[in-house]
Design a protein around this ligand. Sequence first.
Ligand code: SF4
Length: 74
Amino acid sequence: MAKYKIEIDGDLCVGDGACCEEAPNTFVLDEDEVATVTDPEGDPPETILEAAKSCPTEAIIIYDAETGEKIWPE
Ligand code: SF4
């Protein structure tokens, strides 16, 4: 089971690709230049969290998959 549940607010995503650079096996830009999750376990959990923190608009929301607790943004 993935450690994190990942959500992306497509309305906030500005398509700069920072998350995709940080965790390329987890995030990609779709044809509309909006980030999407390809594999919630594509990169190590700490890398996924760093990718979320790299987002300039805090469009990536990370939850603990087990408890449902919101991890990021704080
Ligand atoms: S870092 Fe944020 S704004 Fe940039 S592509 Fe990823 S989700 Fe979109």
